[in-house]
Design a protein around this ligand. Structure first.
Ligand SMILES: [Zn+2]
Length: 319
């Protein structure tokens, strides 16, 4: 790693393109975001990325010679080797050769990967996993996102279609998942699943203190956690959530035995309320128990900076 080199990290979203100039230590020297203009099509989006790149370099005062290239996280199914977006629901794209398009416009080499994988790489390099080689990141949001970093490198599988840990079944024939299977980790550990279970508990127990929020329409991923110390039904929801989450994390630990599992997404804002009981359940479930190496669970640190930093990290070689 050359400390005088800089990296352009782009976090491409459906609404905004977030970009930053990043140094080798993971400091964002300068950042800016522009509208993506998704509706105008792929060519316009690529024009906008190129424009943003030029603006970032101009404003940061970093020379082209000291810039290694452009790394980018893109939502959807990405063939990172070919630099192609195979399919992206957010953009309505199929087979868009985005790396080539941006390389032509900017003269820089371009590396891309799926945005969840890129965020995981950012955390592994510069966040909660920075001290470790093998990390798994789990994002507990609307769905369950995931990224696997093995030996400080992103593991993506064939056509980068792997690392979908959210769709590992933890309860055969269980809750319906959005992917078509039943009993997926995501169907128990997403914020969506937590809200579903909170609403069910309220409907089943009209005497629950959670009704203080007025209506099940007001249920959020926080509701059961907010009431767990004063309402037995809320506590049941939280305890069940923790057990299912720990079951999935134990499966991950048994397969990969990473140095750390990092939790991000909305539910991870619970901090110690989440990590302490999950760690306890994981320690109980993990293969070889106390005899094996522990698998610590940590809350992700970078928040929405993970996208830019992870994109820059695509261009870095830590081995
Ligand atoms: Zn699924």
């Amino acid at each position: 790693m050359d400390e005088n080199k800089f990296y352009i990290g782009i976090d491409l979203g459906g609404t905004d393109i977030k970009g930053g100039v990043v140094d080798g230590k993971g400091n964002i020297v300068y950042s800016h975001s522009d509208p993506t203009e998704t509706a105008k099509g792929a060519e316009t989006v690529m024009d906008n990325i190129a424009k943003l790149t030029g603006y970032l370099l101009k404003k940061s005062g970093i020379s082209i010679e000291n810039t290694v290239g452009i790394g980018m996280g893109v939502p959807g199914m990405i063939d990172s080797k070919k630099g192609e977006v195979i399919f992206s629901n957010n953009f309505g794209w199929k087979h868009v050769a985005i790396s080539e398009g941006i390389a032509k416009r900017t003269g820089f080499s371009v590396k891309i990967a799926n945005d969840a994988n890129v965020a995981a790489l950012g955390e592994a390099y510069f966040g909660a996993g920075s001290e470790y080689d093998d990390c798994v990141m789990i994002t507990l949001g609307t769905g369950v996102g995931s990224g696997i970093i093995a030996g400080k490198k992103l593991f993506e599988g064939n056509k980068s279609a792997g690392a979908e840990i959210g769709h590992m079944v933890i309860c055969y024939g269980g809750e319906q998942c959005t992917c078509g299977r039943k009993g997926c980790f995501e169907a128990y550990s997403s914020a969506t699943a937590l809200k579903r279970d909170t609403k069910r508990a309220m409907e089943a127990h009209k005497d629950s203190k959670m009704w203080e929020i007025g209506s099940t329409d007001n249920v959020s991923g926080r509701t059961a956690f907010d009431y767990k110390d004063k309402d037995v039904y809320a506590k049941e929801v939280v305890d069940n959530y923790i057990e299912k989450l720990a079951c999935g994390l134990a499966n991950i630990a048994n397969v990969f035995r990473p140095h750390v599992i990092m939790l991000g997404g909305g539910v991870s804002n619970q901090g110690d309320n989440l990590v302490i009981p999950v760690q306890k359940a994981l320690d109980r479930e993990i293969f070889a128990g106390e005899e094996g190496p522990a698998c610590p669970v940590r809350i992700a640190k970078l928040g929405n900076k993970a996208g830019i930093l992870g994109a820059a990290a695509l261009l870095m070689d830590r081995i």
